[in-house]
Design a binder for this molecule. Sequence first.
Ligand code: URA
Length: 433
Amino acid sequence: MRMYDIIKKKRDGGELSTEEIKYFVQGVTDGSIPDYQTSALCMAIYFKGMSVRETCDFTFAVRDSGDKLNFSEINGIRVDKHSTGGVGDKTSLVVAPVVASFGVKVAKMSGRGLGHTGGTIDKLEAITGFNTTLSDADFIKQVNDLGFAIVGQSRQFAPADKKLYALRDVTATVDSMPLIAASIMGKKLAADDDCIVLDVKTGSGSFMKTVNDSKALAKLMVDIGKSAGKKMVALITNMDRPLGYAIGNALEVIEAVETLNGHGPEDFTEVCMTLAGHMLSLAGKGTVKDCIKMARGAIADGSALAKFKETVKAQGGDVKLIEDVNNFEKSKHTYEVKSVKRGYICKMDTEAYGLASLALGAGRNTIEDKIDYSAGIILKKKTGDSVEEGEVIATLYSNNESAFEKAAQMLIDATEIQKKKPKEEPLVYCTVE
Ligand code: URA
């Protein structure tokens, strides 16, 4: 088999065989295929797409490219949730303890920030001492004891994806449906969960910009998961504006803790309760409607917050930060972004908000970059809100004062203000079963 022939076949719109896909993924994993040929095939896939059969083969080859977890020693049903990535998306910090508080097991493996999107592991590391690398034995023991443990993808999980993602990131081939599906599901299937709830983001802050594309991606991933024997459901949720009001690691942990305390922003709380409800329902705890009610109950009676505290303590994190979020270290500097005109916010370029947070120090431009955990943005206004000229629309936080001017301009450019109040968009567009 020759990589040249595989690239040519896909370039000309052909369907790759299972063997050709396996050959490609194997070659990416062992380094025998040079980056330029891998990139060329990604570009051919970007333009010509893949059939469902090809995408399933590709996903399974990515899954099989490295270690797989064995959760057979975990007692009970294991449920996971995965988001396709967004801005201000701290849902895992709320839904996992809610679900675990009902005895359903959440053995969670999460990622770091990617491009304009944040990563759950970076957020958790804003909690002093929080250890995101546990041995398999400790991870499984904690899930059995507490119902919830969370680690980063430090092992050799789906190494083919690591390589492919890095190349896609620099060759403008990230936003391809089969490539995203194989990347996400290849990693998810390397873990040993019974049920998976996918949160497929749609809009200006996500990789899929339209509801129709998001639905197609969701259907593809649900089909892949089902063909691997998993119970699956996907929700299409709104990422045309950041989720909640906080963007940036410590700021998002604070908002998640406030939500667990019952004082979270409405939009964020609703998305979390809907996701948790679907997770509980897939795990056999009742109808989605009843499970959403149960999830709200776990916030109201404090059991979800108690579960989060237990988890933080078990993983070495400083619980005092969770008991009183004022204990989080503040950034040295703050800056107020003011509206340049009067009217209603009718559009937010959410990706630009994510990039502004990155520019403040909340993310990495290169793998070696150090994160400023206190950096980020607190929004004062979101789509649909009225603003006066000169009114504060956001506060920026950073230890690097020189980053403010550029980030502030990015927010101003990313915020469209018109005279007419915009139509309200749903937070959850639909469910794909
Ligand atoms: N998240 C992933 O893990 N992979 C993608 O391709 C996109 C989002």
